[in-house]
Design a protein around this ligand. Structure first.
Ligand SMILES: [Zn+2]
Length: 232
């Protein structure tokens, strides 16, 4: 990210997976769930990066995969991106470099999901888990009322990768289940990126948070900020 000054073109992307009803969201209508993997080029200004013609749709999933089935769709994309990150891709001729061509290298710097999508794509267990409900810290459900954030112990990158690899390399379904129950983690195709760090790069997106009213629901109904003050 140097203002395009070096000869190699370096691109940074956000990576987003979401599911939607292709028959629109009418309650009475047909129900189905398709998925898409969309990447936004963050080198572009925000006014350009969200335009339809500039969004890279890396794949479409015809139905919602269960368990870790999403990895089958992600592995080829992640493999391509990691290969490009390690070795760069060379275009023999470009508009500005018709003779020498130009190399480019890409990196995913943000993974953007709704919370459920994040859990599924990262291979983390559900928010209903007693000991691993949070993808970012090790707080257990028994401590969910602890609002002293300085006591929350962040998850460590090396622990997450080790647990995911242990799950991947386990030879039986029982062993995988045990690892999943203990650490709350199974293998995700995203670990194929050598620089992947879910403790820092995963965000719950603004669309679900703000436009679909999750923040409002949380403030009004979970935290109860509309409730009259019992002291008055
Ligand atoms: Zn947490």
């Amino acid at each position: 990210m140097d203002g395009f000054k070096r000869s190699e073109l370096r691109l940074v992307w956000s990576f987003s997976v979401d599911w939607f009803n292709p028959f629109h969201n009418k309650q009475a209508g047909k129900k189905a769930s398709c998925g898409s993997v969309a990447m936004l080029l963050l080198n572009l200004l925000p006014s350009l990066r969200f335009q339809q013609e500039n969004i890279y749709i890396a794949t479409v999933m015809p139905k919602e995969p269960s368990g870790n089935g999403v990895n089958r769709y992600l592995e080829p994309i992640i493999g391509m991106l990691e290969n490009n990150y390690q070795h760069a891709s060379h275009f023999a001729s470009t508009y500005n470099n018709p003779r020498k061509g130009r190399s480019t290298r890409s990196m995913i710097v943000l993974e953007v999901f709704d919370l459920q999508g994040a859990k599924r794509v990262l291979g983390h267990c559900s928010v209903r888990s007693n000991h691993n409900f949070c993808s970012f810290c090790t707080t257990s459900k028994a401590d969910i009322g602890n609002f002293d954030w300085e006591q929350w112990e962040p998850r460590k990158l090396e622990d997450l990768r080790a647990a995911a690899e242990q799950w991947r390399d386990a030879t039986s379904a029982t062993a995988r289940k045990e690892i999943y129950q203990k650490y709350g983690v199974r293998w995700s195709a995203l670990w194929g990126l050598s620089y992947f760090d879910p403790t820092r790069s995963v965000i719950v997106d603004g669309m679900h948070n703000l436009f679909e009213g999750l923040v409002e629901f949380h403030c009004r109904h979970v935290l109860g900020i509309d409730d009259p003050d019992p002291e008055q």
